[in-house]
Design a protein around this ligand. Structure first.
Ligand SMILES: [Zn+2]
Length: 223
C-alpha cells in the first residue's frame, strides 16, 4: 500500500528476494511527479504524469518478466480496504497518511492478516510488524491518529532517502519472513532509526494495551 519513499524500496527488495513466486498487488492513487525521481529510483522522467502503479509494474515486468503483479490506482478508503486486504496473506503499510495507517491496522486486525507498519518523518523512521490477536497493534502503541494540524506529513517535513530506503527494505524483509512461515523479526517490536545525529537504531518490545480492541492483550500474560 503506497508507492512512495517506503513502497519503492520495499517493492524493489521484494523483487530481488524472489517475489517472482508471489502474487504482488500494488496500490497508490498518485501519478509520478518530478520531485519523486531523485529518491524513488524506479521512476523515469518519461513516467511523469503516469500513475505510479503503472510505472512501477512496467519497471517490475521489464526486469522480472514472470512476476505476477496486480495494480490499483486508487486511494485506500473504508469502501475498498476490506476487499483489498482479504485477498492477501501479508500487507506492507507504506502510506504516509496517518488516517490510512489506522485504516490498514483496523482492516488487517479484522481480517487477521499480518502487516508491517512503516513511517518516516524528517530524519527518523519506524517499523513494526503486527500479528493480529498475537502482538501489539498500531492502536496499542498510538491509540488514535494524530490531529491533522499536529501531523507533520512526509510532504511537509521532508523525508531522508537513506532512512526511507532502510525502513522500506526492512518492511520487505518482514514480509518475506512471514510468507516463508518464519516469525518476522519485528513482531511485537518497534524499530526506530534516527539519523538526525550519529545514526541510532533501537528496537523496543511493545506490549499489547489492555484497552485496545485488537485482542492481543491477554490478562494472564500481563502479570
Ligand atoms: Zn491493539
Amino acid at each position: 500500500m503506497g508507492l512512495g519513499g517506503l513502497g519503492v524500496p520495499a517493492l524493489w527488495a521484494l523483487a530481488r528476494a524472489g517475489a517472482r513466486q508471489l502474487k504482488l498487488t500494488i496500490v497508490d492513487p498518485d501519478p509520478v511527479e518530478l520531485s519523486n525521481l531523485a529518491r524513488q529510483v524506479i521512476y523515469r522522467p518519461a513516467d511523469i504524469g503516469t500513475p505510479k502503479v503503472e510505472a512501477a509494474s512496467r519497471w517490475l515486468v521489464e526486469r522480472f518478466p514472470d512476476v505476477n503483479v496486480e495494480r490499483h490506482a486508487i486511494a485506500l478508503d473504508a469502501s475498498n480496504a476490506a476487499c483489498l486486504v482479504a485477498a492477501h496473506d501479508f500487507v506492507i503499510d507504506a502510506i504516509d497518511s496517518p488516517a490510512a495507517k489506522f485504516l490498514i491496522n483496523d482492516t488487517c486486525i479484522a481480517a487477521r492478516t499480518p502487516f508491517v507498519y512503516g513511517g518516516v518523518v524528517g530524519m527518523t523512521g519506524q517499523a513494526m510488524t503486527v500479528l493480529p490477536g498475537r502482538t501489539a497493534c498500531i492502536r496499542c502503541v498510538f491509540e488514535t491518529p494524530p490531529d491533522d494540524n499536529e501531523t507533520r506529513s512526509c510532504r511537509e517535513a521532508g523525508i531522508v532517502g537513506p532512512v526511507a530506503g532502510a525502513i522500506g527494505e526492512m518492511q520487505a524483509a518482514e514480509a518475506m519472513r512471514a510468507l516463508r512461515s518464519q516469525t518476522p523479526l519485528l513482531s511485537g517490536k518497534i524499530l526506530t532509526y534516527d539519523a538526525s545525529g550519529p545514526a541510532r537504531v533501537r528496537i523496543a518490545a511493545v506490549s499489547p494495551r489492555s484497552g485496545c480492541g485488537c485482542g492481543a492483550w491477554k490478562p494472564d500474560e500481563s502479570r
